[in-house]
Write a protein that binds this ligand. Sequence first.
Ligand SMILES: Cc1cc2nc3c(=O)[nH]c(=O)nc-3n(C[C@H](O)[C@H](O)[C@H](O)COP(=O)(O)O)c2cc1C
Length: 198
Amino acid sequence: MTQANEILNSNIHEVIVTTTNEEGQAHSAPMGISEVNGHILIKPFKPSATYDNLKQHRQCTINYTDDVRVFAGSLTGRRSWDMLPCQQIEGFYLSQALAHTELEIVGFDDDDPRALFKGAVVCDISHAPFRGFNRAQSAVIDAAVLVSRLKMLPEEKIQQEIAYLLIAIEKTAGPRELEAWGWLMAKIKDSGIELNDE
Ligand SMILES: Cc1cc2nc3c(=O)[nH]c(=O)nc-3n(C[C@H](O)[C@H](O)[C@H](O)COP(=O)(O)O)c2cc1C
């Protein structure tokens, strides 16, 4: 199998990637990563802070978290989450991560519109058990993806998808999911799109 095929066939996992900027500060952003031949592939669009940071500091963290406020927060200007120092690289991880992976970047393709960074695992650390799937968490992540594409998608598609995702929110959301959902709905409405989500 060629590397391109392996990339197409591998699962995409929605995670929070924490990079470090020139001033040594942490920057966290949702990214869809995949694993190919034991390496983690990260594909940030250009321009983005994640791309800039990975180019100048070739270490980062993959955070696995069920606190979907971090996903929604990144898209709505809320990024001040508690961070802890990494164990084996210069970097940080989210205090609410269930687990995190520390990576060393060992490969880089400066493709357009998305660059590709290939990371080798330095260490994998677990902090708390995974307690199962929650539909409202998935709905928040899907809504966050819609918000990240607000300027590219037709208004009607956004309205239809939010109406569907709202079913899972109403049935299964807890306080964190409701807070994250509220931030995303406010952002969609601020863009001028009307929603029947009350
Ligand atoms: C679930 C999810 C997955 C995402 N995956 C990617 C990705 O793989 N690459 C990317 O460039 N942006 C992705 N985004 C959008 C970025 O998180 C968003 O544009 C963010 O602001 C990144 O820019 P920054 O590095 O400047 O913060 C994703 C967003 C969500 C909600």
